[in-house]
Design a binder for this molecule. Structure first.
Ligand code: ATP
Length: 513
């Protein structure tokens, strides 16, 4: 069996993630809570590695910009709850809502722009379209799969009308509406707005005055701290401020594993530039961010950049018209083929101007080189860390039937949760002592390692393959006589013999950044 694709891949991946401790459903022993996930011992390592690589290329070792200078970026870590006026200024209180539809029969909620996609994947639709005998279907499968469907609720009345030919016509006839529920076949209300921000109260009194919100994005922290950063550091235009952290959105339809969650992590950069300098920086970040995802091993054929159509543009990008997404071909991307991994938006001076207006604090920047005072414009590459982790997991999952244990995770070594497995071939004859020494050296100089002396070598390799460990080092009888060990490569299965003394250097060349 080759590596599966589509829903079969997701099923296998979700099972492996649970079995090996990458991702668990939150509060699973209580039946779970929809849209919330926990990252297990292996998952938290991959997630932190992804975050650290991002921080490294943004803050510690930023790339060279289009002006030939090293890009200047500083980091922040802002509170999740901020003054509620932040969300008034940003537009989230007024506009951060999705149009939603409710099913009149089963009362479930759907995002209007997701309902038709969900309908196309719906079990009842597939089952109904397969049958030629609508009456029989309504009395049997229909009762179980689509209790809200007009054909099932009012079989006689619907059958009394002539059944039209063709898939779309038959569906409309069975549902007696254009807007049908993907879950039960009932009819959906007109779309209504639904605010996605989680509310809470600060202090003891639960009234309007003390109402606050869990941040729905990390971006605003960079805007309301803009003046603090300019006043407390030596940054000069153009420069960036970034942060990585939790965001919360009361998503109507959390779905596709960790892709759309209600609590997730973002990695966002706000890059401030002179208003006349926006085009080249927009193009620069578009290219740089796509290359970054590529450098982590996401395959070219599963990665693309798509410019937004004019009618998709977010409120802050309406004037600039420059917005694109880095998209990945997730196994559930369906007919569209690709879904958003990161958004890159030219936000103009929208946010700074809004915060200046609502807070009454001047946020203009004085540019000494130009001898000019202005509100900078912003290019924002906004990536999902947990969504990025899902892309990395999907990309890594591989089935290779030629192996005794066919599932393996081909992580980029920099992202792998365990960098090396260290195995004494047998638990005697001086092997454990040497293995332990190597294991400690690898942990100290390279990163997480796993010492494993249990079961056959084949089983130990298999355990490491599933965890995505790029190298396994075996200490065998020959080691005791000539101080060499074998190093097995996860992807090729090939083994080389090297001096035990050289293990750390060997791994440093292949696992380091
Ligand atoms: P979508 O259209 O998928 O709802 P968005 O365009 O609203 O996303 P942004 O506000 O641009 O997303 O957020 C930047 C990034 O944060 C997204 O590209 C995505 O990677 C991540 N993200 C947004 N919402 C979620 C979520 N509910 N769960 C996980 N990641 C998310």
């Amino acid at each position: 069996m080759p590596t599966p694709t589509g829903p079969a891949l997701m099923e296998k991946l979700v099972a492996l993630c649970k079995r090996r401790g990458f991702v668990f459903q939150s509060s699973e022993i209580y039946g779970g809570i929809n849209g919330f996930w926990d990252y297990g011992p292996l998952g938290v390592e991959v997630k932190n590695n992804l975050r650290d690589v991002w921080w490294d290329v943004m803050v510690h070792n930023p790339p060279t910009g289009p002006d030939g200078e090293e890009v200047q970026i500083v980091g922040l870590d802002c509170s999740i709850i901020s003054h509620p006026k932040v969300w008034e200024a940003s537009g989230h209180l007024g506009g951060f809502s999705d149009p939603m539809q409710t099913c009149r029969q089963c009362k479930r909620l759907f995002r209007a722009d997701h309902a038709s996609e969900a309908l196309a994947e719906s079990r009842w639709v597939a089952s109904f379209l397969e049958t030629a005998d609508s009456r029989r279907w309504a009395e049997r499968e229909g009762r179980k799969l689509a209790p809200g469907l007009a054909l099932v609720r009012n079989t006689q009345a619907v059958l009394g009308q002539a059944e039209p030919p063709g898939r779309a016509g038959r569906l409309r006839w069975a549902a007696q509406t254009e807007q049908m529920c993907p879950e039960c076949g009932g009819d959906l209300t007109e779309p209504r707005q639904f605010n996605l921000m989680f509310e809470t109260w600060v202090g003891a009194v639960r009234d309007e005055e003390n109402k606050a919100y869990l941040r729905p994005e990390t971006a605003q922290g960079m805007f309301y701290n803009f003046k603090n950063v300019v006043d407390s550091t030596r940054v000069k235009m153009p420069f960036g401020i970034c942060q990585v952290g939790r965001s919360f959105r009361n998503e109507v339809t959390p779905r596709n594993f960790i892709f759309r969650s209600r609590e997730f992590d973002q990695m966002e950069l706000e890059f401030f530039v002179h208003p006349s300098d926006t085009r080249r920086w927009y193009e620069y970040w578009r290219q740089t961010r796509w290359e970054w995802w590529r450098s982590l091993g996401l395959a070219d054929e599963r990665l693309r950049v798509r410019e937004h159509d004019r009618d998709e543009l977010a409120h802050y990008a309406k004037d600039s018209g420059a917005c694109c997404d880095v998209e990945y071909a997730f196994p559930f991307s369906g007919d569209k083929g690709f879904t958003e991994l990161e958004g890159i938006a030219y936000r103009t001076d929208y946010d700074l101007a809004q915060h200046q207006k609502v807070s009454g604090t001047r946020l203009e920047y004085f540019d000494q080189d130009r001898n000019e005072r202005y509100l900078p414009h912003v290019i924002e590459p906004a990536a999902g860390l947990t969504r990025g982790l899902l892309a990395v997991l999907c990309e890594a999952y591989t089935v290779d039937e030629s192996r005794p244990s066919p599932e393996l995770m081909r992580f980029h070594p920099r992202l792998a949760p365990i960098k090396a497995g260290v195995f004494p071939l047998v638990n005697k004859e001086g092997m454990p002592e040497i293995a332990e020494r190597i294991y400690k050296d690898v942990r100290r100089h390279i990163g997480p390692a796993q010492y494993d002396a249990k079961q056959s070598i084949g089983k130990r390799y298999a355990r490491m393959d599933e965890a995505g460990t790029p190298y396994c080092i075996t200490i065998d009888g020959q080691t005791v006589t000539d101080q060499t060990v074998t190093v097995r490569d996860r992807d090729t299965g090939n083994q080389v013999r090297i001096e035990a003394e050289q293990v750390v250097e060997y791994l440093q060349e292949r696992v380091g950044r």
